[in-house]
Design a protein around this ligand. Structure first.
Ligand code: GSH
Length: 236
């Protein structure tokens, strides 16, 4: 029997996007429900212990939280398998997937800086996780374009939202960091062009992300073009 999936999200959440990428890569249909970050409904609070999105509702009965657990569940229940078959490769993929939290923090902390000084200091730290991933990609020794070669996998789904956020940030205020890491830069380009990634967000995600900087009053918002302001019904 085919399950009915509903993803619960805030408008721009990269962790929800990771689950959406996995659903898209498997061509599994799903609905998405946006909830108000400042007024989270009781049904959501009852199923998300730390009040975070994503939550994946299955057939309106089961609720899963944590994007990694959701991705693993989907990979075990819906074809095609996105994890590598080889146990060593799979363990390495899982280990690098774990590292995404460190990688993501470096990027999100920079984007959410409250001053230029903070932005500069935090941006300087992005090179550390970038160098680690670049080295890991080099060690994989495959011709790409994805982490394991030609086949898109769960580790790709985990990093794509954050490489996309880095790219959005770089377009607003030039950082020029990724260019120093050619394996990572090539992986970023492949991920952002991947059909599952492109289909995983609203079409105007960059503008929504930019407006979110304004809504949250972050320093980087000063670089957002006035044409974006109020154009996206962002919030969250
Ligand atoms: N480890 C969680 C992280 C999820 C997360 O941080 N989600 C953010 C939105 S992007 C959230 O809900 N934060 C809680 C808040 O804003 O109060 C996962 O992978 O699912």
């Amino acid at each position: 029997m085919t399950s009915r999936f509903m993803l619960c999200s805030f408008k721009t959440c990269p962790w929800v996007q990771r689950a959406a990428i996995v659903l898209r890569a498997k061509q599994v249909p799903y609905d998405i429900t946006y909830i108000d970050r400042n007024n989270r409904p009781d049904w959501f609070l009852a199923v998300s212990p730390h009040s975070k999105v994503p939550v994946l509702m299955i057939d309106g009965k089961e609720a899963l939280f944590e994007s990694n657990a959701i991705a693993e569940y989907l990979d075990e229940t819906a074809a095609p398998r996105l994890h590598p078959e080889d146990p060593i490769a799979r363990a390495r993929n899982r280990a690098w997937t774990d590292y995404v939290t460190t990688f993501a923090s470096a990027i999100s902390n920079t984007a959410y800086s409250d001053s230029e000084e903070e932005f500069t200091a935090r941006a300087a730290k992005i090179a550390v996780p970038f160098a680690k991933l670049d080295e890991a990609l080099a060690k994989c020794g495959n011709a790409g374009p994805y982490f394991n070669g030609p086949k898109f996998s769960l580790v790709d789904a985990a990093y794509a939202p954050f490489l996309q956020r880095y790219t959005f940030m770089d377009r607003l205020r030039r950082l020029g960091i990724i260019e120093k890491f050619p394996h990572l830069a090539a992986w970023r380009d492949a991920l952002l062009a991947a059909p599952a990634v492109k289909a995983s967000t609203v079409a105007n995600i960059e503008a929504v992300w930019q407006e979110n900087l304004i809504v949250r009053g972050r320093w980087l918002a000063k670089y957002v073009s006035q044409s974006v302001v109020g154009a996206t019904a962002a919030a969250g």
